[in-house]
Design a protein. Structure first.
Length: 221
């Protein structure tokens, strides 16, 4: 029997690539999207709910699937208000994990960030760390947290910090080897590949570090 997957964040860089790959994957019969804006994707496999994601809990009856992929995330530039920032990067993934627990959905895969830490002095990393901690508290059987460094790909908006790091990485090959390898930017398509692999296999690690995302994606070309 073919599976049903839910994607949160299908209009973003990683989520959009993930959606395309799942649509092409014969193991999946339906892809359910919860989004603020339309993904622009139509077809028999797509079921889309255009909602206020802060009110995801109100869609409990529609939140049913075999697997949930959460690609939600924002930036300081896009969301300077810290309360709103936390509501997005912490609140939405935690709400999704709670609904997984309610409906006994046993696979939850979420994109976090390298450096996520509840005790970090950096607000962004601290919020990601708090999100990870709360998600794990739901004790969903197959929980995987991906921790990418900078994510590469064609975005609609420009991110100055990411552009600078990419230029630095391209000019300094040693960032791709040795102890600095863990900071190597990861293409969004590799994150999507790793997420699908993890949903369809067993992996002993819950937190998938940046270099492991590269390894999983490269091993499943």
């Amino acid at each position: 029997m073919k599976k049903t997957a839910i994607i949160l964040g299908a209009t973003g860089l990683t989520g959009n690539i993930l959606l395309q790959r799942l649509l092409e994957d014969d193991r999946y019969g339906q892809i359910v999207l919860f989004s603020r804006n339309s993904s622009g994707r139509n077809g028999p496999k797509v079921k889309e709910y255009i909602i206020n994601l802060f009110e995801l809990h109100q869609y409990e009856q529609e939140f049913k699937a075999d697997e949930v992929f959460c690609c939600i995330g924002t930036t300081k530039a896009k969301t300077p208000d810290k309360q709103t920032y936390k509501a997005i990067d912490y609140g939405i993934p935690v709400s999704a994990a709670r609904l997984c627990k309610i409906h006994n959905i046993q696979t939850f895969i979420v994109v976090s960030a390298l450096g996520a830490n509840t005790k970090s002095s950096f607000f962004y990393n601290r919020i990601k760390g708090l999100m990870e901690k709360e998600v794990l508290n739901f004790d969903i059987k197959n929980t995987y947290i991906l921790q990418p460094s900078l994510i590469e790909g064609q975005r609609r908006e420009k991110r100055k910090g990411e552009w600078f790091f990419k230029q630095l990485a391209s000019a300094m090959p040693f960032l791709k080897v040795g102890p600095l390898k863990k900071f190597q930017p990861v293409p969004a398509y590799k994150i999507a590949k790793a997420m699908i692999y993890l949903a369809n296999s067993t992996h002993k690690e819950i937190r998938i570090k940046n270099h492991k995302i590269h390894e999983i994606a490269d091993a499943n070309d």
